[in-house]
Design a protein around this ligand. Sequence first.
Ligand SMILES: Cc1cc2nc3c(=O)[nH]c(=O)nc-3n(C[C@H](O)[C@H](O)[C@H](O)COP(=O)(O)OP(=O)(O)OC[C@H]3O[C@@H](n4cnc5c(N)ncnc54)[C@H](O)[C@@H]3O)c2cc1C
Ligand code: FES
Length: 254
Amino acid sequence: MKRVQDFTVIETQWLNSTSYLLVLGSQSNIEEIRPGNFAEIKVPDAADVFLRRPISVYDVDHQNNTISFYIKAIGKGTIKLGALDNGSKVDIVYPLGNSFNSIESGNALIIGGGSGIAPFTLLAEELKEKNSKVTYLFGARTSEDIVLQDEFAKHGNVLVTTEDGSLGEKGLVTQHSVFNNITDFDIIYTCGPDPMMKAVSKIAESNDIVCEASLENMMACGFGACLCCVTPTVRGNECVCTEGPVFNSKDLKW
Ligand SMILES: Cc1cc2nc3c(=O)[nH]c(=O)nc-3n(C[C@H](O)[C@H](O)[C@H](O)COP(=O)(O)OP(=O)(O)OC[C@H]3O[C@@H](n4cnc5c(N)ncnc54)[C@H](O)[C@@H]3O)c2cc1C
Ligand code: FES
């Protein structure tokens, strides 16, 4: 059930110069979270960051009442969140949005770039529980941007591309050799920059593979009131915060 909940910063773990894991803890139980759900996080004590920031749930621990977020520090809000001291109070509205449809006993390819890797630990965990095989393909500019590989490797095989060739295959994600045998996969899940997701969707559609894309449109209210997050679909304009963020790529008009 969607609600506002008070949390305390347990730990901020910087992974490289621009991204970190923010672990928040609560006195009360954590709501059930589906892979792909996100939270609207209020940046505390920041008069110049008025709106909550939408961030996907990276992980959740119901035994210890903790929830974690993988965050790229790109602007005022995400930089301030990364600078909070342990023990700081943070309130979040969650769980928001729809979720990925995980398949049973299938072969899944998960493609992420930038902050778009965040929703995929929970998805891969669920896919593995349903006896599906998981392959991840992560794309970045350079090796420094590739993080958390060991965590992802717990649930699947991790492939990497970097634009400068410093890790994995050199090039863009869509140039990776995994695409030579793309019809081996039953489904593709993707999250990251729009051009990457569009290119991935195009390949999926031309090979008749279902593709689910999680959009990261700019948001304000997070609950369908302000319409600032709409995306054109075959059904008309839809709010990414309530009808998404996960869409079947065939439904998107991009
Ligand atoms: C459903 C959803 C899930 C998301 N999950 C994550 C996540 O797990 N981890 C994560 O790091 N980020 C995630 N994002 C993106 C994150 O919300 C933005 O990066 C954040 O709001 C930027 O806030 P800021 O105050 O740091 O930057 P601002 O100071 O507001 O902006 C800095 C720069 O970033 C641009 N920007 C702001 N928001 C976005 C956006 N949504 N997409 C692209 N560019 C943007 C601005 O135009 C500006 O140029 C998600 C977004 C959505 C909609
Ligand atoms: S963010 Fe306000 S309608 Fe989606």
